[in-house]
Write a protein that binds this ligand. Structure first.
Ligand code: COD
Ligand code: ZN
Ligand code: ZN
Length: 383
């Protein structure tokens, strides 16, 4: 890292460091030297220590989301150490270990004030986060302004984020492990615990056994489900799913009939809870039809490309089925994730089992290749 200018204190300096820039849709990430401006009021500059690669980053690079502005620095599963703070920041100080969140908690909007919701109105679905709240960027590269992703852009050695997108965590937390609690683990685990509120003794089906789906499996197990059926086209995911709590795993390709019929036959009238953790229209339809017609609850975790529509037979709802969505597992991020980190330290769950690969930051494209070929569950990049 090098610095420029002659400011009176380190916190006012521009930092030059490495970042992975997506210059245009469909292009591989390019490792670049970027300038990271100091934090403005109520912003925090963080030295990223570790970040996971999530499928959503891949969706961004491939252009599945229309509201993403390029060039952009993706990454949203990061943990690091506060380097400097802007005016008015009170919740963290330089040296604190922090987790960064793709879903903020501003604490002021109606949904932050409602104890039952976590969809903060400062989230990307309400306000584009491709620039910071003052509508400017802190990143430049080769003279060009680079956009932020979800206000946190963790594929950079240093990033600047609004204070409401991070939280201080226990100083004992290993950042190379708990970074997964920023997104993948919390999304899946919370989908089972908070959104579905899985009951002890119940039957669950989890469509998709990637990092997020396996976290759903862990959540179902922690909630006391007696039967957890994993569904994936890649049978190589089955061993890890069983290790984490799946009682059975099936591959749709092994059956002539639709997988919802297979699950209904396996369970009598369908499962109590089904989870769609893939992000295709077909698997959303199948997951909804797999839960029982009376009290069955289907939780949709996956997202389709902007503008997609899922055809649903309304008869599926007539007898009482429920279909719900979830955003990062329903957690109020700043309140909940530091507590989840403490639970991790108390060994209440083992999210480390999701980490199949650890790579230096410079090998980020290798990490995406492992995701594309289905070889990894989670790759953690170390900076
Ligand atoms: N049938 C069964 N399994 C399938 C099928 C299919 N038709 N297609 C793919 N799969 C399996 C794959 O083999 C793979 O094992 C799994 O589905 C998907 O896993 P990953 O590793 O690709 O993805 P994850 O677990 O990192 O992320 C899955 C999401 C659904 C969360 C992601 O794709 C997504 O839609 N993210 C946006 C929504 C969201 O809540 N995001 C919060 C976190 S960013
Ligand atoms: Zn994610
Ligand atoms: Zn809010």
């Amino acid at each position: 890292m090098a610095t420029s200018g002659k400011p009176p204190s380190l916190s006012l300096q521009v930092i030059r460091c490495r970042a992975a820039v997506a210059w245009a849709v469909g292009k591989p990430l390019s490792l670049e030297e970027v300038e990271v401006a100091p934090p403005k009021a109520r912003e925090v500059r963080v030295k990223i220590v570790a970040t996971g690669i999530c499928r959503t980053d891949d969706h961004v690079i491939e252009g599945s989301f229309l509201d993403i502005d390029f060039p952009i620095i993706p990454g949203h599963e990061g943990a690091g150490i506060v380097e400097s703070i802007g005016e008015g920041v009170t919740s963290v100080k330089p040296g604190d270990k922090v987790i960064l969140f793709g879903l903020p908690q501003c604490g002021e909007c109606c949904f932050c004030k409602n104890p039952d919701s976590n969809y903060c109105l400062k989230s990307h679905l309400s306000v584009s986060q491709c620039l910071l709240p003052d509508k400017t960027s802190r990143f430049t590269c080769r003279g060009k302004q680079i956009h932020h992703f979800l206000w946190i852009s963790t594929f950079a050695e240093y990033t600047v984020v609004p204070e409401f997108t991070l939280a201080k965590i226990d100083a004992a937390a290993p950042l190379d492990k708990v970074c997964l609690l920023a997104c993948g683990f919390s999304t899946g685990y919370g989908a089972a615990i908070n959104t579905a509120k899985v009951k002890p003794g119940s039957t669950c089906a989890v469509f998709g056994l990637g990092g997020v789906g396996l976290s759903v499996v862990m959540g179902c197990k922690a909630a006391g489900a007696s039967r957890i059926i994993g569904v994936d086209i890649n049978k190589e995911k089955f061993a890890r799913a069983k290790e984490l709590g799946a009682t059975e795993c099936i591959s749709p390709g092994d059956f002539k009939k639709p997988v919802q019929e297979v699950l209904t036959e396996m369970t009598g009238y369908g499962v109590d809870y089904s989870f769609e953790v893939i992000g295709t229209a077909d698997t959303m339809t199948a997951a909804l039809a797999s839960c029982n017609m009376n009290t069955g609850v289907c939780v949709v975790v996956g997202v389709l490309p902007t503008g997609s529509v899922v055809p649903i037979d309304p008869l599926l709802f007539l007898s009482g089925r429920t279909c719900k969505g979830t955003l990062i597992g329903g957690w109020k991020m700043r309140d909940s994730i530091p507590k989840l980190v403490s639970s991790y330290l108390e060994k209440k769950f083992n999210s480390d089992l999701l980490i199949t690969h650890t790579l230096p930051f410079a090998k980020i494209n290798e990490g995406f290749e492992l995701l594309h070929t289905g070889k990894s569950i989670r790759t953690v990049l170390l900076y």
